[in-house]
Design a protein around this ligand. Structure first.
Ligand SMILES: [Zn+2]
Length: 257
């Protein structure tokens, strides 16, 4: 009954013309330039439902603009563009902070700092994003860092109730392969970090398997060529999960160099 009602509301929403701002924001997002027309229009539909159904709150003196949910929802939708999904069922609210202090040389998602500040539970808590990091992630599509992809990958991971680096997968053999490949890649990253060696996967991924999946997701979408070259099995495993092949897409330039 609830599902029926929700579907009807979603159909109604998508049958009404969208605000022009959706297309305007999409046009500024470099990653979208690599998508087909069909993918772009699907991305907008997904984003509209997400923007409509989640609670958006600007915090820390920030004023919520119309552009904010759109910018975030469009990026998050890239993750679920080709998979079965429930519009990020585990996300109820998104809190947006203006900014967060990042230590020089430690350019990781500000989630640690924000989660610590807010003292909130990992599972079931709101998704917390810093608006400056959302924007820089959106406009630099090939630097391997994207806060929205990172945080929403955690939300996919959590769909089975566990934040353990393994989202729900289709088949039993998918789990076996996932475990084999991601365990090995995680261990290899730990070794590389221990030896001070740089890899295409950011060192923050060596924190734990959940961070590894979130960071590998950022790398998969933003540095797909290097990931495929240096970690082909990890690339294929993620391509199988997301049912996307970002490496085959045309490379889009950042608007900001
Ligand atoms: Zn994380």
């Amino acid at each position: 009954m609830l599902g029926w009602w929700r579907n009807r509301k979603r159909q109604k929403l998508l049958s009404t013309p969208r605000a022009p701002l959706w297309d305007e924001v999409l046009a500024t997002l470099p990653f979208a330039g690599g998508l087909t027309d069909g993918e772009r229009s699907h991305l907008i539909d997904l984003g509209r439902v997400i923007a409509e159904e989640k609670r958006w709150e600007a915090c820390g003196g920030l004023e919520l603009t119309e552009e904010m949910p759109i910018t975030i929802a469009l990026q998050a939708s890239l993750l679920i563009l080709s998979i079965d999904h429930e519009y990020f069922r585990t996300v109820e609210s998104v809190f947006i902070y203006p900014s967060t202090y990042m230590r020089p040389g430690h350019m990781r998602p500000p989630e640690d700092q924000l989660q610590a500040i807010l003292g909130e539970a990992w599972l079931g808590g709101p998704t917390v994003l810093a608006w400056d990091a959302v924007r820089s992630g959106a406009y630099h599509p090939h630097d391997g860092r994207n806060l929205v992809l990172h945080e929403f990958a955690h939300k996919l991971d959590m769909l089975d109730g566990l934040l353990d680096g393994t989202p729900p997968l289709d088949r039993r053999e998918d789990y076996a392969r996932w475990r084999t490949v991601l365990t090995r890649e995680f261990a290899a990253l730990e070794v590389a970090v221990g030896r001070g060696r740089k890899t295409v996967i950011d060192r923050y991924g060596a924190t734990n398997p959940a961070e590894f999946f979130a960071v590998a997701t950022e790398t998969f979408f933003e540095q797909s060529q290097k990931l495929k070259r240096d970690h082909p099995e990890l690339y294929e495993t993620l391509a199988g999960y997301y049912r996307q092949d970002p490496e085959a897409r045309p490379r889009m330039k950042s608007h900001f160099g």
